[in-house]
Design a protein around this ligand. Structure first.
Ligand code: SF4
Length: 264
């Protein structure tokens, strides 16, 4: 029987989950269960999960319901079902979003339960969280999947709508603690894939002593129809889906970086 997370400090018994994907292969090492929490304070111009952005449960125009209230122990019942796969593949649970830490207390509850179950936990985050809270989660996180979205703070403001103040502090925390991290890099042709971006990425990679890899995530437009479904305007993004040549060029930018670089 799992402990009740609401008994723990800063843990919430329930939260809003918008998806749980078992046998996920792209959300951290090995075979994983990815738990997607609803709500995000960012507004990335390329977001392909617009239905994850709002914090409340929504019903799309086509009748699809986005999000459901779940208890943390209920989520963990699903997560623990695939324990054998995690053990054989080096996998585990990944908490993603939205921005999972925006439901801080629920995110923490899930991480506490994963720790108690000895299940490897990845936190897939933009890093936009109060630094005190970010540091408080650290003992519960086995691997960070940390976004690197733009070359500098102006780029972040323009492309995601947020300040990088917390992100910079939280990256400095990961540098100082040499925490295990993979940098996740959404790349949008003609938007953020600038020479300055790759210079900044290389510099950031050098500072992260616990860096295990860099995952390049090429832009795609598969989520575009979902904007209309949830009544949101499609961002006016002047780009196109990258071809193989473009992707190879991006990978070449990371030649000699000293860690694994993958193309999503
Ligand atoms: S952080 Fe992720 S969920 Fe939030 S707006 Fe950006 S791409 Fe979408």
């Amino acid at each position: 029987m799992n402990p009740t997370p609401c008994d723990l400090p800063e843990c919430a018994e329930t939260g809003i989950v918008f998806d749980i994907q078992r046998a996920a292969m792209r959300d951290g090492p090995g075979i994983r269960t990815a738990v997607f929490l609803k709500g995000c304070p960012l507004r990335c111009a390329w977001c392909h999960n617009p239905e994850s952005q709002r914090f409340e449960i929504q019903t799309g125009k086509g009748g699809k319901r986005y999000g459901q209230v779940m208890r943390a122990d209920e989520v963990m019942q699903t997560v623990t079902r695939d324990r054998a796969y995690y053990e054989s593949s080096g996998g585990g649970m990944t908490i993603s979003g939205g921005e999972p830490t925006a439901q801080y207390a629920f995110c923490r509850a899930l991480l506490v339960l994963a720790k108690k179950e000895a299940i490897h936990a990845c936190l897939d985050t933009s890093g936009h969280l109060e630094p005190e809270r970010f540091a408080a989660l650290a003992p519960l996180v086995d691997l960070y999947l940390f976004d690197f979205k733009a070359a500098d703070s102006d780029g972040y403001k323009c492309l995601t709508g947020i300040s990088t103040k917390w992100i910079q502090t939280n990256l400095a925390f990961l540098e100082k603690t040499a925490a295990p991290v993979r940098l996740r890099c959404p790349l949008v042709p003609g938007v953020n894939d600038t020479p300055e971006y790759f210079t900044a990425l290389r510099a950031q990679a050098k500072r992260l002593k616990g860096l295990q890899g860099i995952d390049l995530l090429p832009y795609h437009d598969i989520g575009n129809t979902k904007y209309a479904d949830v009544g949101m305007p499609l961002p006016d993004l002047k780009t196109k889906t990258p071809d193989e040549e473009q992707k190879e060029h991006w990978l070449k930018e990371l030649d000699g970086i000293g860690v694994e670089a993958t193309m999503g």
